[in-house]
Ligand binder design. Structure first.
Ligand code: ATP
Ligand code: MG
Length: 422
């Protein structure tokens, strides 16, 4: 039997890992300068954390969670998103006591049992950032500006920022009533899920991917006509901060996002280059969530970015730069092999990438391997070289060779290689 990855799960292979590492380290660098600290919650949590935090009527909770039972029969779920876990940690460790404004980020895998397709996997990865403790518009603007700045830093510009306000629980209810009346009139044009959502959570209909539902909601009333004065002011202030930072955006009154906990500002960063899976980042304000999950009534705002989609965009853009070894050591004969073994490891300790053979091979085979690896230089040492005290150093690109003193060879090579790397 041959084992392969299960549907919707994939290996990130060595040739791709460099891009992933670059994204992760850039995220850490950029977020650090915005004052964010990393947190790493576990991947498995109590099911209720998500069903309560994300909302029963969402796709995630109603059909996408990987849930199992512990030995006492309690539900455990592989996290489908990070915010609920970060909130749990914020509450459990009373992080707010240390600092009334907590800025946290986390990077890692999420699990959702959805139909795998381009840009949509069952295990995927997100970069998440959250600000707790500030109800104002400036923290919303901050989180959006940080997301946009990060994307620009990694080489993705020209992405579309869509923003909306979902109002607060007060004004949203009056909008929900209005929307429900509108949807009831068009109920037969809606898919079965949306017919149910019309009753349970009409806002969710905006998030439906079925074409007829999309068409139906295109004529729906706009939440922006219903939000209360406070929410209006908050939203206008977010917009003015974005404007003054030179960040263009589109007002999109149909943007509701897939989770129930959002209030006021919501946003999505979209691309037109990945087909149907066009969202690379989603986020917004979630003022009731900390309290809902058993904590104090603290506001929050944040985003989640899908790493696979960022990688796909970067792959389209750029020729990957392939790293190759600085040196290959071709040793011939017992004595040379033993000496070379130590030289190789001494050089590696100085940060130089050195390759060599594990088993005894002829010169031709070793040169072939060095060529295949793309080594920049090859050091050739056999019995004759040991006797004369001079090895041969071949430049694979220029196809020329010179002699190097074997006495103090590690230092000699260090000097030569560092020089030629510039
Ligand atoms: P979508 O509408 O594409 O399903 P979503 O609203 O479910 O997105 P969020 O829960 O807000 O997405 O997650 C934030 C980001 O995570 C998305 O913008 C996307 O880039 C990424 N993402 C979400 N689900 C997947 C998935 N199944 N596979 C890969 N990336 C995903
Ligand atoms: Mg989704």
């Amino acid at each position: 039997m041959e084992f392969t990855t299960i549907k919707g799960f994939k290996d990130i292979l060595p040739e791709d890992v460099e891009t992933w590492q670059r994204l992760e380290s850039e995220a850490r660098r950029v977020f650090h300068s915005f004052g964010f600290k990393e947190i790493r919650p576990p991947l498995l949590e109590r099911t209720e954390l998500f069903s309560r935090g994300i909302g029963q009527e969402t796709d995630i909770v109603s059909k996408e969670m990987y849930t199992l039972k512990d030995s006492k029969g309690r539900g455990l779920t592989l996290r489908p998103e990070a915010t609920a876990s970060v909130v749990r940690a914020y509450v459990q460790h009373r992080l707010y006591l240390k600092n009334p404004i907590q800025k946290l980020f986390t990077i890692g895998p999420m699990f959702r049992h959805e139909r795998p397709q381009k840009g949509r996997f069952r295990q995927f990865h997100q970069i998440n950032a959250e600000i707790f403790g500030d109800p104002g518009s400036r923290s919303d603007a901050d989180i959006i500006i940080m997301a946009m700045f990060f994307l620009e830093t990694i080489g993705l510009s020209g992405l579309g920022l869509h923003i909306n306000s979902l109002g607060c629980h007060k004004c949203r209810d009056s909008f929900k009533k209005e929307l429900k009346e509108y949807l009831i009139q068009k109920i037969h044009a809606l898919c079965l899920d949306c017919q149910r959502r019309t009753e349970t959570n009409p806002l969710r209909v905006f998030d439906c991917k079925v074409d007829t539902c999309k068409e139906t909601v295109s004529g729906a009333p706009s939440i922006l006509d219903y939000i209360c004065e406070d929410c209006q002011e908050h939203f206008e202030s977010v917009q003015s901060y974005l404007e003054s930072s030179g960040i263009p955006f589109v007002l999109n009154h149909k943007l509701v996002r897939g989770l129930d906990y959002y209030t006021r500002t919501t946003f999505e960063i979209q691309t037109d280059r990945l087909g149907a899976q066009n969202a690379v980042t989603g986020g917004g304000r979630y003022d009731g969530l900390v309290k809902l999950l058993g904590g104090p009534d603290h506001p929050g705002t944040g985003f989640a970015m899908g790493i696979e989609r960022l990688v796909a965009l970067l792959d389209e853009d750029a020729e990957q730069e392939v790293r190759t070894p600085d040196l290959f050591v071709a040793a011939l004969g017992d004595t040379a092999e033993k000496k070379a073994f130590n030289w190789v490891n001494d050089l590696r300790r100085t940060g130089i990438w050195v390759e060599t053979e594990y088993s005894s091979k002829g010169l031709k085979a070793q040169m072939k391997r060095a060529g295949r690896l793309g080594a920049r230089k090859v050091l050739i040492v056999g019995e004759d070289e040991l006797a004369s005290g001079k090895g041969i150093l071949r430049d694979m690109e220029k196809k020329v060779q010179e002699e190097v003193e074997l006495q103090n060879i590690v230092n000699n090579l260090k000097g030569i290689l560092k020089e030629s790397t510039g």
